[in-house]
Design a protein around this ligand. Structure first.
Ligand code: ATP
Ligand code: MG
Length: 584
């Protein structure tokens, strides 16, 4: 019996004016689409136990039982009639849909193409009632016929069982379009996985041909949810993913995101939910993919299970009959929110999870190589000139990491050289080089900030920024000077998102003032960006240092030496010996 009491609104026929505004179209194509509708009805009914039992991939039998609120006997006929719903009654409610269903169409469509039965019990009634709709022979709805059907008392706990047998038995033309049992089962499995991941509040049992495929308890705490993810998406995905929990601009994004070390050959592990509804949307794919930049190779797919929560007034779900798509009031805001959050999540985890790579399965997963896409010496004239002198300098090569200390510094060893690296500054340096490379190739990736940031500076600093606004635009920075001492930062290069913008702009202003009379060389900006604090100390560990040094080792050494930035120091054996000899 249900351990919760849910009161349900009455099912009513939608006024024609309203039903005409609902995205029309076929929702029952195959067993998987029937299952989706039935399970969504169960979720909407407030159930927390859902049992799915099918035969032959659903072609022979589909049955879904829940412990939700049930349907009163006097509403059962209405439940199977077209345009009858308890979920919306008015135009106004159409703009604030917070249930999965709202068209009042699904049961009518399913009933018309299958041998259909619905049994339900509400808490107020002593018995359950069954409406047997399986002996009709017409595929179109006939109100008179349906109303003549008698209800039969049954034994059934509070809740509902809907059974749809022999799909399309009365519409041979549609039956022809069904594929092999195996293909239909793949569709079914995908839908079941989507729905199981959509509702942690419900326990699910899924039975196929009398064999139990899935059994999940309610997953109300994090570890139960993690177990569900692990079972449905696989250990490899789970091991390589980070969890997200982010709120801003009235939106929340939570879930699991595989880092760039894990990708898939198909989009089979892309689950994106908006207010609990599975959504397929190109703009959303794009926003997520953008955050990965080129870290996932062409032809591979990122993997995620993400849940976006947004006020129902900001989206329109009445766009497509299958309810797989939504329209956003402010598409751009949502796009940028997603890219921003995911970029941040990836930045703060980009190195920490390197040790997980070893655990990946080779058959389906791909370890994406971290590309040495940093600025290379051959690209600018400035570097040509530094080549001559560089030959005289000692070879810079960081070798391997010996240890890290104070969560900030790394000691590396190569041949007989020991080097000391400031990890934070080295990371900023790499980011700066990356940005410079994008700039040289005119491929700066920048993004609008979700909430523009107001920055207060000295008047002369604001003046110089105002004068050099075109230069900053080239860098992917967009801002508006809002007063003698203030500016509003609107857009920032993706590589710099999430850093301390105030310090960054102070440094930029100082740099611009220093070079006010001379031509600005973009490469001179590198030291400025190097002082930008890109990572938190607590994200630094040995693996982080190892991955960072691997990337540093890929850098062009001439270039490295041409930049006068002290984020590393050579401690030669000669120095050590001198030091020790002096002491003797
Ligand atoms: N499992 C269930 N438990 C309780 N009520 C249900 C269940 N299934 C259907 N109903 C009731 O029957 C009505 C009709 O269901 P149906 O799926 O046809 O339409 P809907 O869910 O309102 O909209 P949609 O067509 O978008 O799914 C629902 O509005 C709901 O009141
Ligand atoms: Mg429905």
């Amino acid at each position: 019996m249900s351990d919760h009491t849910i009161s349900k609104n009455k099912i009513r026929k939608l006024p024609i004016s309203l039903s005409n505004q609902i995205a029309a179209g076929e929702v029952v194509e195959r067993p998987a689409s029937i299952l989706k509708e039935l399970i969504e009805n169960s979720i909407d009914s407030g159930a927390n136990q859902i049992r799915i039992d099918i035969q032959q991939a659903g072609l022979e039998k589909i049955s879904v039982t829940d412990n939700g609120c049930g349907i009163p006997a006097n509403e059962l006929h209405l439940a199977v009639s077209p345009h009858a719903t308890s979920k919306i009654y008015s135009q106004e409610q159409l703009g604030h849909i917070n249930t999965l269903g709202f068209r009042g169409e699904a049961l009518a469509s399913i009933a018309s193409v299958s041998k259909f039965e619905i049994t339900s019990k509400v808490a107020e009634d002593d018995t359950a009632w069954r409406l047997d709709y399986s002996n009709k022979n017409k595929s179109s709805y006939d109100e008179q016929d349906v109303n003549n059907l008698k209800l039969t008392p049954m034994a059934h706990p509070i809740g509902t069982t809907v059974t749809a047998n022999k799909i399309f038995y009365n519409t041979p033309a549609r039956k022809k379009y069904l594929r092999t049992e195996r293909t239909e089962y793949l569709h079914v499995e995908r839908v079941i996985k989507q729905l199981i991941l959509s509702d942690f509040n419900s326990a699910f049992v899924f039975i196929h041909n009398e064999r139990e495929v899935y059994r999940f308890q309610q997953a109300l705490d994090q570890s139960a949810q993690a177990r569900r993810i692990l079972k449905i998406c696989g250990k490899s995905f789970y091991d390589n993913s980070v969890t997200l929990n982010f709120k801003a601009s009235g939106m929340t994004l939570t879930g699991w995101l595989a880092t760039s070390h894990y990708s898939r050959a198909s989009a089979d592990t892309q689950y994106f939910y908006i207010n609990g509804r599975i959504i397929r949307d190109r703009v959303i794919f794009h926003a997520i993919r953008l955050a990965f930049q080129d870290k996932i190779p062409e032809g591979r797919y990122v993997a995620y299970v993400l849940y976006l929560t947004i006020g129902t007034e900001f989206i329109d779900v009445n766009v497509h009959p299958t309810k797989h798509e939504v329209r956003f009031d402010d598409m751009r805001l949502v796009h940028d929110f997603l890219t921003h959050v995911i970029t941040q999540a990836l930045n703060s985890n980009s190195f920490n999870d390197d040790n997980n790579i070893k655990e990946q399965r080779d058959d389906v997963d791909l370890v994406s190589e971290i590309k040495p896409n940093y600025y290379t010496a051959s690209k600018t004239k400035e570097n040509e000139s530094s080549k001559e002198t560089s030959n005289k300098l000692p070879q810079v090569f960081f070798g391997t990491v010996l240890t890290i200390f104070k969560q900030r510094y790394a000691l590396t060893e190569h041949q007989s050289d020991i080097k000391l690296i400031d990890i934070k500054q080295a990371q900023s340096y790499l980011t700066a080089l990356n940005l410079m490379e994008q700039l040289t190739n005119k491929l700066i990736q920048s993004k609008p900030l979700m909430i523009p940031v107001s920055i207060t500076l000295e008047q002369k600093q604001i003046d110089v920024i105002d004068n050099k606004i075109c230069f900053l635009n080239e860098l992917g920075i967009e801002l508006t000077v809002t007063g003698l001492n203030s500016l509003l930062l609107r857009t920032i290069p993706v590589a710099l998102t999430g850093i301390d913008y105030i310090t960054l702009f102070k440094n930029i202003a100082i740099f611009l003032l220093d070079s006010a009379t001379t031509e600005i060389k973009i490469s001179n900006l590198i030291p400025v960006l190097c002082h930008a604090d890109l990572i938190d100390n607590h994200n630094i560990n040995f693996d982080y240092a190892l991955a960072l040094v691997t990337n540093l080792n890929k850098l062009d050494k001439t270039l490295l030496l041409s930049h006068d930035i002290n984020w590393w120091q050579l401690l030669s054996i000669d120095d050590f010996e001198r030091l020790l000899n002096d002491k003797r």
